[in-house]
Design a protein around this ligand. Sequence first.
Ligand code: DMJ
Length: 466
Amino acid sequence: MDWQIETVCGSLLREMMKFAWDNYKQYALGKNELRPLTKNGHIGNMFGGLRGATVVDALDTLYIMELEEEFQEAKKWVEKSFDLNVNGEASLFEVNIRYIGGLLAAYYLTGEEVFKSKALELGEKLLPAFNTPTGIPRGVINLGSGMSWSWGWASAGSSILAEFGTLHLEFLHLSELSGNPVFAEKVMNIRKVLNRVEKPQGLYPNFLSPVTGNWVQHHVSIGGLGDSFYEYLIKSWLMSDKKDSEAKKMYDDALEAIEKHLVKKSAGGLTYIAEWRGGILDHKMGHLACFSGGMIALGAEHAGEGRKRHYMDLAAEITNTCHESYARSDTKLGPEAFRFDTGTEAMATRLSERYYILRPEVVESYMYMWRLTHDPKYRQWGWEAVKALEKHCRVEAGFSGIRDVYTTTPTHDNMQQSFFLAETLKYLYLLFCEDDVLSLDDWVFNTEAHPLPVNHTNFKAKASVQ
Ligand code: DMJ
């Protein structure tokens, strides 16, 4: 091994974070992301006029890495320049996981009121999205007018499982901190609708009508469109200090159905999770689906009699497959999606799936697997990723995604995603630090890697709406 724990945890990851932050600050402060090649900012259209996605996403990472001066710069921007009186179309999901999650985590880590009050104010602005016949929120909301609608690309005005199913953790904390049960009521109602609707083969399709509460299409995926719904079930249970048994049961049942219908082994012996389209399997795994190794390991810890070993093995096999998708590329970074068909294993077959945009899911699973097994191979794999990021993604003014992981002279996409600071660098840092830095016993990470405390009282919110 060519790394030393102290060096990686204590300085290299901190240096990478500082480099990413300093360049964002210099060229793009107040914009949502940095464009590191052209040295300017990017605003995009996901956050409805909100700005500073990178600031809010980076706050807790700067804090836990003890980058004190940089944390103060970020905090000052939130205090002085973070404007919530905006008027634009935002993704309910993205605003929740990045802004509300980031602000809540910053509040819980530091106790600074400004983060709490901004989180609560923003949370209020999301509530009109739930005004639908079923209470299932629509995906897009105008933060000024409160008008909401479904994504144009979503079949028949449907809402997306991974979007309305990824609000629970943050909304319980909003109720807890405000004393207002409305947030908890909204997400408990989502759960009620999901419990009521019939699940084909026990699976949860990705598209649900907010009008009828029925599935609109039978596409099932543990990757994009489905992913964090499953993650939030097991994490809701953990965050409730293991009292929310309904969430645990939903998770256990969903995982059992996924294993029965979607988990496959390739001819070369790699375990993967396929996608399901009305009963037909698509033998493809997205980079996004690679979070599932970590999730299954986290759940395995608490699986019933005899199931722990089984699920730990499954988690290890999936993480190994995701590592293979990195190891089989020339850059040692993984593609956006990889396939298991026509003789291909764990490689992208389409040009349009060869890119890597600094996503965290694979190193996220390494972090969980390391914490739960202490098998040194996960740190070795994490180190391979660090070296690849340094070699292929570091540019003069920040880190950039690349367009093709299968060439050692890749072109850059000129985008430093905010989740690179929130998630990728944080999970790598935690992989190389001691286990008591944000211990898994005391914290759950939201899907943007913002830590929320395991809470002994917020479960009351659930009880009060039943
Ligand atoms: C992040 O915003 C979150 O992890 C989300 O759950 C999925 N997509 C990105 C990172 O890839």
